[in-house]
Design a protein around this ligand. Structure first.
Ligand SMILES: O=P(O)(O)OC[C@H]1O[C@H](O)[C@H](O)[C@@H](O)[C@@H]1O
Length: 325
């Protein structure tokens, strides 16, 4: 069984849960008959959920939600059929967690004289499952990540992350960042959500009409608010700063609306590569759009010593005629 070990962090002893539970231990400790079990896919451990309300899959690497499908619905998250599933490699699809920077690292020499990996280290590290419980139809899971050898090499050694998921007919994702140090912690973060759509050409996104954006496909130029719902017509990589708005993805092909409500996130990113990627098949970009819950760029977070910041995204489904009030 798992035990506690003590770790000395800058003079103070802290009890931390062993992070190296094997499959048997995960199943013994957290398994819930007919609802939650653990297996291995391509050498990566994952939680497999089949509750009456939904099915879902979460890899311990990155605490990466790779699949969520409410009962009777199509999958809500896009997962690339060509994704890598390898230790230390990002997974293409689902909900990668970006931390402590978003996209390209701005520090050119952070890691062994090079910039750190795209979207930071959190999505390529093994997280620890620390809580699993069923409450009514909802499965609650919490994954945690503290400083690792890799994070320390990149200069991050006094933080803790918790990723809490509530998986049911809707999905709540909460990312908590605690600053354990005596100095402010600056970080960017994202729940980089890949949504499954019937055909991206038949999608409109509402919520961002009044917000100007940084167009990463046009030399990071700032473009004014469009004042109309967003329809994607080509390579799209937009950072909308200063928006806490709820976004709705209206999918004419699948005849459903996906709604993303967020808290403590002041940035929304919309992304579709409009082409094949090395880890995404030739036509798969038709089937996805990223609407990401983010704090980045001008919205970078500066967290006071000993403080905690919690960012949340709540995802729900509705039929087009069920207009939200
Ligand atoms: O390929 P990745 O590192 O997973 O990043 C995928 C994409 O993530 C975000 O949406 C960024 O805005 C993009 O610039 C980036 O290309």
């Amino acid at each position: 069984m798992t035990g506690f070990h003590t770790e000395r962090i800058c003079g103070s002893a802290k009890a931390t849960l062993d992070t190296d539970m094997d499959l048997q231990q995960l199943n013994d400790h957290f398994g819930i008959p007919n609802v939650l079990s653990f297996d291995e896919h391509a050498g990566l451990m994952r939680a497999v959920i089949t509750s009456p309300a939904a099915s879902a899959t979460i890899y311990l690497q990155g605490a990466h939600l790779a699949h969520w499908q409410p009962t009777g619905e199509r999958p809500v998250l896009f997962m690339s059929r060509k994704s890598d599933f390898l230790p230390g490699k990002p997974i293409r699809g689902g909900v990668p967690i970006a931390f402590p920077w978003f996209a390209t690292d701005s520090k050119e020499d952070r890691f062994q004289g090079k910039p750190g990996p795209s979207h930071g280290f959190a999505r390529i590290q093994d997280w620890t499952l620390s809580f699993a419980a069923l409450s009514g139809d909802d499965l609650h899971l919490t994954f945690t990540l503290g400083p690792t050898e890799l994070s320390r090499e990149m200069g991050f050694d006094r933080f803790r992350l918790a990723f809490e998921l509530v998986i049911g007919p809707s999905l709540t994702m909460r990312l908590a960042v605690a600053n354990d140090s005596e100095t402010p912690l600056q970080f960017e973060e994202a729940l980089h959500t890949y949504f499954a759509v019937g055909d991206v050409h038949e999608v409109s996104i509402t919520g961002l009409e009044p917000t100007g954006y940084v167009d990463k496909t046009d030399n990071f130029r700032f473009k004014p608010a469009a004042n109309v719902p967003l329809r994607l017509t080509g390579f799209t990589d937009r950072v909308y700063p200063n928006t806490t708005a709820t976004c709705a993805i209206h999918d004419e092909h699948f005849k459903r609306t996906i709604t993303v409500e967020k808290q403590n996130s002041n940035t929304t990113v919309v992304f579709n590569p409009w082409r094949e990627l090395p880890d995404m098949g030739p036509d798969e970009w038709h089937e996805m759009v990223c609407v990401e819950t983010v704090n980045a760029g001008s919205g970078i977070v500066t967290l006071a010593p000993k403080a905690t910041h919690v960012m949340q995204a709540h995802v729900s489904l509705s039929k087009p005629q069920e207009k939200r009030g």
